[in-house]
Design a protein around this ligand. Sequence first.
Ligand code: ADP
Length: 496
Amino acid sequence: MKRREIKKILIANRGEIAIRIMRTAREMKIQTVAIFSEADKQAPHVAFADEAICVGPAPSAQSYLNIEKIISVCKELNVDAIHPGYGFLSENPIFAKKVEENGLIFIGPSAHAIEIMGDKLAAKNAVSQYNVPMVPGVNHAIVDLEEAKATAKEIGFPVLIKASAGGGGKGMRVVDSADDIEEQMQRAMSEAESAFGNKSVFIEKFITSPRHIEIQILGDQHGNIVHLYERDCSIQRRHQKVIEEAPSSLLSEEKRKAMGKAAIGVAKACDYYGAGTVEFIVDENVDFFFLEMNTRLQVEHPVTEEITGIDLVREQIRIAEGEPLSFQQKDLKIKGHAMEVRVYAENPRENFLPETGTLQTYAPPQGPGVRVDDGFKEGLTIPIYYDPMIAKLITYGANREQARVRMLRAIDEYQITGVSTTLEFCAFALRHDAFISGKFDTNFVEKYFRPELLDEDDPEEEELAIAFAAQMLAQANKGGIPLSQGENKWKLRNRD
Ligand code: ADP
């Protein structure tokens, strides 16, 4: 493997992840090129880059997904490598191949690995020789209704019908009894066809109270693969993550090791290099089963960076340059605890319906142990064309409780008006006994959340308010801040 130095990167993405990648590139003295659509002229990622080029109109298909245009920009500006971020073209094997064919470096795995892992059935088959536990079910596409019925009976209800090409929680249907299988199969197939252009579905056991735990892996182009421990992403709405943490409060040291080993097996099954994530579902007995592999940088990668001290984007770039990993498994250690909440423009009171609008106020939190990866600023409008994520708020602490309390403090400091966000739901979840005790699963929202609960007074917040008032009183008594100005901000914020 010949070493190829990267001097200029084009980031084929937008928003927070584009800026996140550019920050590391800048630290590595690598020039950055941003691309943007006509809807993103004012976006911070455009101003952040050394150079920026408009690649087309607002719809993604005409801009962020325009392969020919992106490659021609690279040639025009003497770009060496493309970082795809997540979403958009990041898991498109045709793109990865075209990038390489044009003499550019794709900062990611081989097109071959993307192709295998992009299809849930192909992935299951590839890893079947690697002793990786799988959810009980079938490893082939089912089109025949009779076969579907027989399979479901054999596995035992409830079962889950899944689209082979599925993603983003789409194309999944839970079936509780034999009476429903026919209807649900038909629905799943037509949903898969319209969402992914591929109607292939398969059936697996539906694990009723699972945890979603995933393992971060890194592999170089010399055959070395390590894992960087787990992330627990069990707090989800609509089968999609909203709070993540590392490490997981569920795993013993022994289980952590076993999952790490299985994840490395999955990566070996497709000769993986680059950063990747192997997702598992974990049942009540803490038995784990392979779900899928994401062949890119994950939204929630910062929690792993916080607990391992490793900059994953830097490693991605080094690996793409052909460098061997600069550390081995034995050099890695978990230090402290990190949490991430995703700040989506969504209304938790309306079933997490996405919203568009203008950020009339936007002031992110700061202070010890707080990291904000965002892609917006005050006054900007959230475009309807793309994912409604505004930011990721990450906190780090010496232990889980410190990270949790810091997160609540940071959420309280976060000022956003103009759109509803997931922040108040996240604060609700972080204060919930189930979350505090670590005894929760992916059904947290269905089990515990009702919009009315957002309006209930919270004892923890009350305590902070009392402490704050007492402090103000003490200062006023000493001739400090007059009481009238010492209004209780803790109670006023986030109330618009
Ligand atoms: P996608 O690619 O659409 O994100 P995944 O296979 O990664 O689909 O699953 C997404 C989520 O759906 C998981 O995190 C989990 O909450 C749920 N899920 C997937 N498979 C199962 C299963 N067999 N039993 C129960 N829940 C599941």
